[in-house]
Design a protein around this ligand. Structure first.
Ligand code: NAD
Length: 441
């Protein structure tokens, strides 16, 4: 049976002769979507995935673009563009973060939504993937402006979200505060409190113990287990972490507490490197007092991307996508990359790292702790019953260990890299569900 995708079946000639026409899939065109499709295709080829399921998973099922006005503190009105992209409706409600940044686009959200589907599937969570965001520079907005922006964005995407359909969460430049505004806005619209509409909320509003540190802690748990299989201790391990936000800061703290030597860190303002190990407390005190790392009085100063080239055992990109690329991959000087950020390594860089014998523990596994504890939060909200912190950490560890075991098994079975193994496990589960549900009507 042939599966047709829009644009095929005779349209190719028309498309070629009419340059203004939009080609198939071009709604999502972006560098990150290219990366997501490339990775997906590699795993789908490995599985021999049938064209019908492949075509259904390659593009998101739904996307909403909203343009909305926000009154600035000056009294002026500014129009912002926001997105919510839902990748698959097959596995349960959809789940995915909301990010604020100047580069947010529909294509970026599409890639991140696809990775959310794969992450949830790999972890065995009953969710499909989604992602959303608003294109803005959050550093330029006051707290009052951010609140108005968040509330208006929440109202704009109201028609397609819900506690049983699509549950947002924090991502870059959003956190508990934004989730509280989000939850309140949704609740005002329906007329009663709906804590389960978002995860990553403050504890008092129905949040969970451990969500704030879950992603970073999950990265550390996965790294610990990988090191254990290599019989390498965390103690004395030389680590570089790019990004000191929700995720990176926790990775730095947790690894330093376990005796690792943090030899390089960076944030958007720049990086510092010290082969003898940085004083982590001094770094955090400086950032708390000055907002950014820039000007930190110790170590060698490097730019925010050059920190990736510092000599170390384990490199943890925990900032933004597209960091390890064809341009800098030959200069990467580590034994293992653990992707705390989403999409930090391009497919071209992946090939070079593989050739150089540097393993990459992929984002869909390494940073899945966040969505796992988000799932715990959603379950607790549904049950109106809270679990304690120890229970959450123990369940998180177990869930990540089981996912890691599935990836290790797939790696051995197929003889492939970590990423392709992880994505193949994830795709198999979604594909099976798609086949069983067939196509409506
Ligand atoms: P955040 O906004 O809290 O922090 C981002 C950090 O990266 C900041 O320290 C910022 O200064 C730094 N940064 C930004 N641009 C940079 C650049 N070009 N070079 C170096 N540093 C830069 O974001 P976060 O929530 O920590 O998310 C970081 C990454 O982790 C993102 O890729 C995100 O999608 C991913 N992630 C986050 C979660 C979560 O629960 N927050 C879950 C899974 C994955």
């Amino acid at each position: 049976m042939k599966t047709e995708r829009r644009g095929d079946g005779g349209w190719a000639d028309v498309m070629a002769s009419e340059p203004y026409m939009v080609g198939p899939g071009s709604e999502w065109r972006s560098e990150l979507y290219r990366v997501a499709v490339d990775q997906f295709t590699r795993a789908a080829d490995l599985l021999g995935l049938e064209p019908e399921v492949r075509a259904r998973l390659l593009e998101p099922r739904r996307a909403l673009v909203v343009n909305f006005p926000v009154r600035r503190d000056s009294g002026e009105v500014e129009i912002f563009t926001g997105y919510r992209v839902q990748h698959t409706l097959t596995m349960g409600p959809m789940k995915g973060g909301v990010r604020y940044g100047p580069g947010v686009s529909m294509g970026e959200c599409a890639a991140l939504a696809m990775w959310m589907t794969l992450k949830c599937s790999l972890l065995g969570l009953p969710f499909g993937g989604a992602k959303g965001g608003v294109r803005c520079d959050p550093n330029r907005l006051s707290v009052a402006e951010l609140e108005r922006l968040t509330r208006r964005y929440a109202s704009e995407i109201f028609p397609i979200i819900g506690p049983d359909s699509d549950i947002p969460a924090p991502d870059m430049a959003t956190g508990e505060r934004e989730m509280a505004w989000f939850m309140d806005t949704y609740s005002q619209q329906v007329g009663h409190p709906v804590p389960e509409i978002v995860t990553g909320k403050p504890l008092v509003l129905g949040g969970t113990e451990g969500r704030d540190v879950a992603t970073g802690l999950g990265v550390v748990f996965v790294l610990e287990d990988v090191l254990r299989s290599l019989r390498r201790p965390v103690e004395g391990l030389r680590v570089v972490v790019q990004g000191l936000g929700n995720v990176g800061a926790v990775v730095v703290r947790e690894l330093a507490a376990r005796g690792a030597r943090i030899v390089g860190v960076s944030d958007v303002s720049g990086g510092v490197v010290d082969p003898d190990g940085l004083d982590v407390d001094a770094v955090f005190t400086w950032v708390a007092e000055h907002d950014f790392l820039r000007g930190f009085p110790r170590g060698e100063h490097v730019d925010r991307t050059a920190v990736l080239e510092a000599s170390c055992d384990v490199l943890v990109p925990a900032a933004v996508e597209h960091q390890i690329t064809a341009e800098n991959v030959e200069a990467i000087d580590c034994e293992l990359v653990v992707e705390a950020a989403n999409g930090p390594t391009t497919p071209e860089a992946d090939l070079v790292l593989a050739r150089r014998g540097i393993d990459v523990v992929p984002d869909v596994l390494a940073n899945a702790g966040g969505v796992t504890v988000s799932y715990f939060e959603w379950v607790q909200d549904q049950q109106k019953y809270s679990w304690n912190g120890e229970e959450i950490v123990a369940r998180l560890r177990l869930q990540l260990q089981e996912a890691l075991a599935r990836v290790v098994e797939a790696r051995a079975r197929h003889g492939v890299d970590w990423r392709t193994a992880a994505q193949s496990v994830a795709i198999e589960r979604v594909a099976e569900a798609s086949r069983l549900r067939t196509i409506y009507p």
